[in-house]
Write a protein that binds this ligand. Structure first.
Ligand code: NAD
Ligand code: GLY
Length: 361
């Protein structure tokens, strides 16, 4: 097992990475505060991993909250199921919520913990590649609104992140690829050497070679932990982690939550950001082609759905947490490994990207 630390002063916490961690008695337990735990998971993950985790936590009389599976259920309405279960079981402020699942479960369970009785502890046990490299670390929690992705939420840091790499064995191929989008993101925004490593190792990652996957998880978590430690609440550089996300969130909202996976939408978004960066004279054509080739190699889409017109894209993009007064803020690339926040993107260049990067079919 390897251990990293998210350095946030008194709220610092460990990230444990390794195989078989769900079966390690006392690993999750030692971060439980209070005498009760509530495990939040979903109907797909429960039959796979809930019993194993529950057995470890027996002395905390765990309650289970099993949510429906899917991005379309990441809503305030479904969140209420968690509150009902906690209240029915008389869970008090000393309860610890444990999120067992991907980013949807993690974001919802974390948000429930952030607001239940004005805030209780929680632990992340992520089971998708995407959640292991990104969403379980950093304390962003929340739900979607019909008008915009992740628009209702709170910052609430977990007490620990426990990444059992064995859980990736049951992850569908499409979800594995979706996780690779966020992995590629770190290389693009801050680590050209990591991008090179990814170009050389994508085949091994897709083949689920465990040493290669573990290395990718650790390198990605190290990036995430550094960025979060420097800018916990996104007043500055944390926004760079949103490379591709303004385009991507527009695709997710525009196509209906769940139609495109988050990682797929981010993948196209990153290729769109690369195209736009080239139009602004920053990235070379060679770099754009390199980024597109890597995204393709990870078996991810590289063109936006034709169902969303450029005008609709602009409308959707103006409802984004980074937008100020409806003004679109983008994360673009000056070079590979050098991301920047752009508030004044020329509209002609943006519209050219939105037009050029649509799937012709
Ligand atoms: P997800 O949570 O929907 O999980 C993907 C699918 O895999 C689901 O069907 C799930 O039930 C299934 N699954 C999970 N683990 C499994 C396993 N081990 N074996 C078999 N099936 C498994 O999707 P995701 O990609 O993990 O997360 C996407 C969500 O994360 C989005 O809502 C996105 O907005 C959010 N997100 C949040 C942050 C953050 O910082 N909080 C960052 C990135 C993404
Ligand atoms: N996934 C973006 C962030 O955590 O800031």
């Amino acid at each position: 097992m390897q251990e990293l630390q998210v350095e946030l002063g008194a709220r610092s916490y460990p990230i444990y990475v390794g195989p078989g961690l769900l079966g390690q008695v006392d690993l999750v337990n030692r971060h439980v505060s209070g005498s009760r735990v509530a495990i939040v998971t979903n109907e797909t993950i429960a039959p796979l991993y809930l019993a194993q985790l529950k057995a470890q936590l027996a002395r905390f009389r765990p309650i289970e909250v099993v949510l429906p599976d899917g991005e379309q259920y990441k809503t305030l309405k479904v969140l209420d199921h968690i509150f009902t279960a906690l209240l029915e079981a008389h869970c008090d402020r000393r309860t610890t919520v444990i999120a067992l699942g991907g980013g949807v479960v993690g974001d919802m369970a974390g948000f429930a913990a952030a607001v239940y009785q004005r805030g209780i502890s929680f632990i992340q046990v992520p089971t998708t590649l995407l959640s292991q490299v990104d969403s379980s670390v950093g304390g962003k929690t929340g739900v979607n609104h019909l008008l915009g992705k992740n628009m209702i939420g709170a910052f609430h840091q977990p007490r620990a992140v426990v990444i059992d790499t064995d859980t990736l064995a049951t992850l569908p191929d499409r979800e594995l690829s979706a996780g690779l989008a966020e992995v590629i993101k770190y290389g693009l925004i801050r680590d050209p050497e990591y991008l090179l490593w990814l170009e050389r190792n994508t085949d091994r990652l897709l083949a689920r070679d465990s040493a290669t996957l573990t290395e990718a998880i650790i390198r990605s978590c190290r990036h995430k932990a550094e960025v979060v430690a420097a800018d916990e609440t996104e007043t500055g550089q944390r926004a760079l982690l949103n490379l591709g996300h303004t385009f991507g969130h527009a695709i997710e909202t525009g196509m209906g939550y769940g139609a495109w996976l988050h990682g797929e939408a981010v993948a196209v978004g990153m290729v769109m950001a690369a195209d736009l960066s080239h139009r602004l004279g920053w990235l070379s054509g060679h770099d754009v082609a390199r980024i597109e080739a890597l995204v393709r190699c990870a078996r991810l889409p590289v063109r936006a759905p034709s169902a969303i017109s450029p005008a609709r894209f602009l409308e959707l993009m103006s409802v984004d947490k980074k937008a100020i007064n409806g003004h679109i803020r983008l994360i673009l690339l000056k070079a590979i490994g050098q991301a920047v926040i752009v508030d004044d993107c020329p509209s002609a260049a943006l519209e050219a990207t939105l037009t050029a990067m649509r799937d012709p079919v």
